[in-house]
Design a protein around this ligand. Structure first.
Ligand SMILES: Cc1cc2nc3c(=O)[nH]c(=O)nc-3n(C[C@H](O)[C@H](O)[C@H](O)COP(=O)(O)OP(=O)(O)OC[C@H]3O[C@@H](n4cnc5c(N)ncnc54)[C@H](O)[C@@H]3O)c2cc1C
Length: 269
């Protein structure tokens, strides 16, 4: 359940291992997902994590990334990184290529019983499935600004100061993030937040001064209790994989392996 990067990556990994995986998403475009909105930093060294276990998992995921991207194949804007210089990926490229390789069906799933799969993976991001008694998750709204028409290669790597960061896609688009607000699924464009982010971006990279962003969007990071991802077997048929908060793009390859191992163990194949 859920066709963001977590659900798609799990389905792809399960497919690679010989299982028939189907992804259900309430919106076939997946454009409302956090994955579509994300910047794509693979910040295993610069981000903060809720505990040491998740820090190690993030680093392991960063190490898996190159193999993951090459395994998926197709045309993905990806810069491999490491401890000295962190990598980044265009999550929309990754979603598009994964979406071509796994079966995605448009459907809003309302409860865990309505699916007839032998195993069910809940990867619904910030959308908490009510009524199932599952651990709660809440949306944390974050804006991204984008500027087009900047010469490709102007920015090398990620430029970052605290919660403000810039990176450039290979086509030239410069991405700036971000903000954090716990105000539910609020879909209003807040000029105050956008203006503040723009000023922070200009301070970090004065070349943006006086230029209006070409595009502005927001997404909802999935935050579970203590900001710790919910990754666990729920019952013999259901595995939970949501709540990746600020680092779900980074954590996708590692999560996919964990989930596929778990499914494989349960099915005994
Ligand atoms: C502004 C911003 C910047 C970010 N930058 C980064 C970054 O640089 N690096 C990084 O690693 N992470 C980043 N993140 C976080 C990252 O985007 C998320 O952690 C990650 O995308 C979560 O993936 P997901 O698949 O769990 O959820 P989502 O991508 O939100 O996908 C969940 C999907 O489930 C579907 N769904 C929900 N409920 C149902 C239902 N009942 N039935 C069917 N479908 C359903 C939704 O339609 C959605 O498509 C950022 C997030 C934001 C908002």
């Amino acid at each position: 359940m859920g066709g963001g990067l977590i659900g798609l990556s799990c389905a792809w990994e399960l497919g690679r291992r010989g299982y028939e995986a189907v992804v259900y998403d309430k919106d076939l475009t997946c454009r409302g997902s956090a994955s579509w909105a994300g910047a794509g930093m693979l910040g295993a060294w610069s981000e903060t994590f809720p505990d040491e276990i998740w820090r190690q998992r993030a680093r392991e995921s960063a190490r898996l990334y190159g193999e993951f991207v090459r395994g998926v194949g197709g045309d993905i804007d990806f810069v491999e990184g490491g401890a000295e210089r962190e990598g980044y990926v265009d999550p929309r490229d990754l979603m598009r290529e994964l979406g071509r390789r796994v079966r995605v069906v448009e459907r809003e799933v309302e409860n865990l019983e309505e699916l007839d799969g032998e195993q069910v993976v809940v990867a619904t991001g910030a959308w908490w499935l009510r009524g199932a008694g599952l651990p709660e998750v809440e949306p944390v709204k974050g804006y991204i600004l984008a500027w087009d028409g900047i010469e490709p290669g102007r920015l090398k790597g990620i430029v970052r100061d605290g919660h403000t960061y810039l990176l450039q896609r290979r086509g030239g688009r410069v991405i700036v993030g971000s903000t954090e607000e716990r105000i539910g699924f609020d879909r209003k464009m807040d000029r105050g937040q956008i203006g503040d982010l723009q000023r922070r971006a200009e301070r970090l990279w004065p070349e943006l001064t006086g230029r209006t962003p070409t595009e502005v969007w927001f997404g909802f990071r999935p935050a579970a209790r203590g900001d710790v991802p919910v990754l666990k077997r729920w019952n013999p048929r259901v595995v939970l994989a949501y709540g990746h908060y600020r680092n779900g793009i980074l954590l996708a390859p590692w999560t996919a392996q964990w989930v596929a191992d778990e499914v494989q163990r349960q099915l005994g194949k």
